[in-house]
Design a binder for this molecule. Structure first.
Ligand SMILES: C[S@@+](CC[C@H](N)C(=O)[O-])C[C@H]1O[C@@H](n2cnc3c(N)ncnc32)[C@H](O)[C@@H]1O
Length: 297
């Protein structure tokens, strides 16, 4: 991806993996193999759609109460838009949420006077979004689409946002940045949270086991799981901090801030590899705050 070979394992040595064994709820499939490889766009999209369809019920059951039915949570550290104000004024704004899952963030925005479209690749997640909108009485227009192919007109939204939606899973995140830049009006903001690039080097573990470097930060190959037929069933992708900045700048966006939420005292909820033990030492989330300049720079 960057034309540089990362230092792989020495001959005969097993490749160090961040995941010791993939964690799936009982009753779900277990991959036949997992490891690191390059991945194309279509395989990543196919895998994400299947994975999130299959796990949407478990995801919402496990995290729904913490997310809140009508609340904007940026990350497992518990940072909420109500406190962070990263999107600026939302009242009266047209806002696109990408990778909305149950559309909790979108409903929070609607409740604050924004006109919102919430988009996700997974019909399973959108089913939860619809049900939660019915339960709360806060309707949100939902769109099933890929973040890299937004079915929206040029310069049609004031703001775009994403809380861990799509970005950690797409093969071509540069394409997502270009698409968001295209649909944003000049002066509009694009704010997204994603896994912090540095955690790629550490085991996928929230405790002490997650504090020792096992992989090269510079290894851009994706973490992939495959089924018995060799099809990719789950993929997580990696960009370094520099990669992210370059993708944003190449899309014509301006980087305004990078938030690295610190683990708050008294917050002990573990979410995957996010937790208080590791959170004391380094960030696991990065939130990129960008805008499309009012005039091209
Ligand atoms: C970790 S969940 C986050 C959902 C929600 N934002 C939240 O905070 O609960 C990731 C979401 O991204 C969606 N997603 C993954 N790949 C996508 C893509 N290529 N385009 C759009 N959505 C995608 C998944 O379906 C899933 O709902």
């Amino acid at each position: 991806m960057n034309g540089t070979e990362h230092p792989g394992p020495a001959a005969g040595e097993p490749e160090p993996a961040r995941r010791v064994a993939p964690q799936y709820p009982p009753g779900h499939y277990h991959p036949a193999e997992f490891g690191y490889s390059d991945i194309d766009d279509d395989s990543a999209r196919w895998a994400s759609r299947g994975y999130w369809d299959a796990t949407a019920d478990d995801y919402q059951a496990e995290h729904g109460a913490f997310l809140g039915d009508t609340d904007f949570l940026w990350c497992p550290e518990g940072l909420r838009e109500a406190d962070a104000g990263l999107l600026g004024e939302v009242r009266g704004r047209t806002i696109l949420e990408i990778g909305c899952g149950g559309a909790q963030c979108a409903r929070w925005l609607v409740a604050r006077g924004a006109e919102v479209v919430a988009l996700d690749l997974s019909a399973g997640q959108l089913r939860h979004a619809r049900a939660l909108s019915a339960a709360t009485g806060i309707p949100v227009p939902l769109v099933q689409a890929d973040a890299a192919r937004l079915p929206l007109a040029d310069a049609s939204v004031d703001t775009a946002c994403s809380a861990f939606g799509a970005i950690p899973f797409v093969a071509d995140s540069a394409a997502v940045m270009r698409e968001v830049a295209r649909v944003l009006r000049p002066g509009g903001r694009w704010v997204f949270s994603t896994t912090h690039p540095m955690i790629w080097s550490f085991p996928d573990h929230p405790g002490k086991e997650g504090l020792t470097v096992v992989r090269s930060y510079f290894d851009r190959r994706a973490y992939v799981e495959r089924d018995w037929a060799g099809r990719t069933t789950y993929a997580e992708t990696h960009r370094t901090v520099g990669d992210r900045v370059r993708e944003l700048v190449a899309a014509g966006l301006r980087l305004l801030d990078v938030i690295e939420p610190e683990w708050p005292a008294g917050h002990d909820r573990i979410w995957g590899q996010w937790g208080p033990v590791r959170g004391r030492f380094f960030p696991s989330t990065a939130i990129f705050v960008t805008d499309r300049p009012a005039r091209p720079t």
